[in-house]
Design a protein around this ligand. Structure first.
Ligand code: APR
Ligand code: PHB
Length: 390
């Protein structure tokens, strides 16, 4: 088999890339080791930057998002009983974010691929990139016990943090940066009315909490828990009680509670690997970087990589120019590090660190005081939250 671009991973990065390349007439095949049902079973975040919304529009998969997504003009930060609303729309002269689950984005991309019988090979085993240091890269894989090989011009590793692409790169050719936080987020989904029409980020002496949503009837909540916590130790009632404490009296008074339909703990980590290109192979999305979810940047950063990579590849085939692919790594990394900085900063000011110490506790408080008293500080927060320009 032969194709122009072989894409490893059918998560949001791989499918968005494949959809944009298809629209530009570039041939590609996607390899995914899991089943479609498994890919859709993963619960992830749900706040989309304007840039990501525009890309989904460009990819022709925005219809359901436009109908079911919730545009948000702001959100609230609560520290103790201080509640500060961040007016995203006002502070960024009209920009906002779209609350629409990553699972829904992935589903819309999958449906678009199915509708055009696109080549997405699910349950592909032992997918392996080869010869990407040469001009003749190829990918091998097994399907139903039969081995296959495909030759291509480029390989795009969109296979997440635990994927094969990054680990196929010789250690000496790659540099990794990591910061592990001493806590995780216990997240729940429940068919109850959201406690507020906007998101609430809270820093309480008991720890961080977040009130988010998927729709006007499906709520998503998170509480900070120590790293290594056993999720079974947290009953639904205990979680609702803790949410009422951490989100403050006003939220507690409005909070509708009910049985959880999903409950899991995600560790918090910042991770970047450099560079993003190894000959004829590119890394994008979680394959190259992880952000703590506090800044809602995970999916948006993946989309940002795909913005630069898809443009570079389309330029390569359309205008026979390699300028875009040659600058992909540097351009994408510049935006990645800004999102890593923002996500680290949001995490630092909104969580309780076991070894915070009195001085740092004062600094956290003064970060909030400065934010509450400075328009410039709020503009900086807002422009990062809605997404910095590509
Ligand atoms: N072979 C084929 N597919 C693989 C392999 C492999 N060896 N390893 C992983 N995959 C698949 C996974 O099963 C998954 O479906 O690659 C896909 C990677 O998808 P994601 O992990 O969702 O990564 P990405 O598409 O970059 O999306 C990033 O996901 O984790 C969130 O916060 C993150 O929102 C961000 C988004
Ligand atoms: C979510 O809705 O899952 C969500 C929202 C905002 C975040 C993180 C997660 O910062």
């Amino acid at each position: 088999m032969r194709t122009q671009v072989a894409i490893i991973g059918a998560g949001p990065s791989g499918l968005l890339l494949s959809q944009l390349l298809h629209k530009a007439g570039v041939d590609c095949v996607v390899f995914e080791r899991r089943s479609p049902e498994y890919v859709l079973s993963r619960i992830r975040a749900g706040v989309l930057e304007q840039g990501t919304v525009d890309m989904l529009e460009q990819a022709g998969v925005s219809e359901r998002m436009r109908k079911e997504g919730l545009p948000h003009d702001g959100f609230t930060m609560a520290v103790g009983d201080t509640r500060l609303r961040i007016d995203l729309n006002g502070l960024t002269s009209g920009k906002n974010v779209m609350v629409y689950g990553q699972t829904e984005v992935t589903k819309d991309l999958m449906d678009a691929h199915e509708a055009r019988s696109a080549q997405v090979i699910y349950e592909a085993e032992n997918v392996t990139p080869h010869d990407f240091e040469t001009d003749h890269p190829r990918v091998t894989y097994e399907k139903d016990g039969v081995s296959h090989e495909i030759t291509c011009d480029f390989i795009c590793g969109c296979d997440g943090y635990h994927g094969v692409s990054r680990t196929s790169v010789p250690k000496a050719a790659i540099t990794e940066f990591e910061k592990v936080y001493p806590f995780g987020w216990l997240g729940i989904l429940s068919y109850v009315k959201p406690v507020d029409h906007e998101l609430i980020y809270a820093n309480h002496p008991n720890g961080f909490a977040l009130a988010s949503m998927r729709s006007e009837t499906l709520s998503r909540y998170y509480i900070q828990v120590p790293a290594g916590t056993d999720v079974n130790k947290w009953s639904d009632d205990a979680i609702w009680d803790e949410l009422k404490i951490r989100l403050g009296a006003q939220a507690a008074a409005n909070m509708e509670t009910g049985p959880t339909i999903e409950k899991s703990i995600a560790p918090l980590r910042s991770f970047v690997s450099e560079p993003l290109r190894f000959g004829r192979m590119f890394l994008a999305g979680d394959a190259a970087h992880i952000v703590p979810p506090t800044g809602a940047k995970g999916l948006n950063l993946a989309a940002s990589d795909i913005h630069y990579l898809s443009n570079g590849l389309i330029e390569f085939y359309g205008e026979k120019s390699s300028a875009g692919v040659d600058h992909y790594s540097q351009k994408a990394l510049s935006r990645i590090w800004k999102a890593e900085r923002f996500s680290w900063w949001m995490t630092s000011i909104l969580h309780q660190f076991p070894d915070l110490g009195a001085f740092n506790a004062r600094i956290q408080q003064s970060e909030m005081d400065y934010l509450a008293s400075s328009h410039a500080a709020q503009v900086s927060l807002a422009e990062n939250y809605v997404g910095l320009p590509f």
